[in-house]
Design a protein. Structure first.
Ligand SMILES: Nc1ncnc2c1ncn2[C@@H]1O[C@H](COP(=O)(O)OP(=O)(O)OP(=O)(O)O)[C@@H](O)[C@H]1O
Ligand SMILES: [Mg+2]
Length: 313
């Protein structure tokens, strides 16, 4: 099966001479949720804008379900729904009309049931007759999602979908995205919330300064991040780690008051329970303990920082 989105050697140089995208290659499978992570100015919106036909590429090719976004613009465009980062709407139009009209723009027959279902799933049903100007920021963003889905696209682009949306509605939105995926829609989203990528994505891409630096399955990325650390504050100083407790990953602080155990949460090493049992058997008492786990955020920040150093070198 061919991928629903095929991006090859895509570059964008703005008239200012600024290179916003540098030879990006990326394929997206049908039904996938792909999260694009990257700092401000990395090129996320530029990439999405090119695919959606808002910005023209300088070189390279994009195929949407096999249709070239330039030579087969119409076929490509009907398959795409876009929720842009910047919200722009006609303030005096109602919620219902905005969504219904957008469907009409794509030449699709009216479908009030579909629009009702969309508005309900986005908690906008009560607002169906409200003018957009009266909506809150989060409601406007949800309206943009309803609008983007009104013509039943196969691929939905969400550029920072939950910026300015509160925590409980963000969770609802994640649910909606999951429902869309289950219904077969492919979803590409950009986000600054690592938690969001972790929660939803099948694959994650990290972009920086116009370069796609890493594309990986979330599960394999998370496996790499499976390192956990347990720190125990001891009641009394321990002169040395007892020979019977000699484990890889176990270390004693210079003041002999803290034991740290680094282990991989994915491979069943001794684990926390086992370690605590052994300490208890040895009569080593502790006052307090805490665990930390490296997250996607750590790898993301690490990658961005290491690359910065690399570029400056
Ligand atoms: N029309 C333009 N002319 C010149 N440079 C532009 C233009 N549009 C965007 N850029 C530059 O291209 C780079 C990438 O911008 P883009 O909006 O794609 O970033 P982004 O990853 O979406 O960032 P953010 O997380 O802030 O939304 C930025 O440095 C931006 O200033
Ligand atoms: Mg952006």
């Amino acid at each position: 099966m061919t991928d629903i989105l095929q991006i090859s050697n895509l570059s964008k140089k703005f008239s200012s001479g600024f290179e916003a995208l540098k030879s990006v290659n990326l394929n997206i499978a049908k039904g996938e949720i792909f999260a694009l992570l990257g700092p401000n100015g990395a090129g996320k919106t530029t990439l999405i804008s090119i695919i959606c036909g808002i910005v023209t590429p300088s070189s390279g090719q994009v195929l949407v379900n096999g249709h070239d976004i330039i030579t087969q613009y119409r076929q490509a465009r009907t398959l795409i729904g876009l929720v842009p980062q910047e919200i722009y709407t006609d303030s005096f139009e109602t919620v219902w009309n905005t969504v219904a009209f957008s469907r009409g723009l794509y030449g699709k027959a009216p479908n009030p049931d579909l629009i009702e279902q969309l508005l309900r799933s986005l908690s906008l049903w009560e607002k169906k007759n409200s003018k957009i100007i009266t909506l809150s920021g989060g409601m406007k963003r949800r309206l943009m999602i309803a609008k983007a889905l009104s013509h039943e696209p196969s691929i939905l682009f969400l550029d920072e979908p939950t910026a300015g949306v509160d925590v409980s509605l963000r969770k609802d939105m994640w649910g909606l995205v999951r429902d869309l995926k289950n219904a077969g829609t492919t979803i590409i989203l950009t986000t600054h919330y690592i938690e969001e990528a972790e929660e939803m994505a099948d694959r994650i891409g990290i972009i920086r300064q116009g370069e796609l630096m890493l594309v990986e399955k979330k599960t394999s990325l998370m496996k790499k991040l499976g390192k956990k650390e347990l720190t125990l504050q001891l009641q009394t100083a321990l002169p040395a780690i007892p020979a019977s407790l000699d484990l890889p990953g176990l270390s004693l602080s210079p003041d002999h008051l803290e034991l740290t155990y680094s282990f991989d949460a994915n491979t069943q090493q001794l684990g926390i329970a086992g370690l605590l049992q052994r300490l208890s058997d040895l009569g080593i008492a502790f006052k307090d303990l805490h665990t930390t786990q490296s997250s996607l955020e750590d790898i993301f920040v690490g990658l961005i920082n290491s690359e910065t150093t690399h570029h400056e070198a």
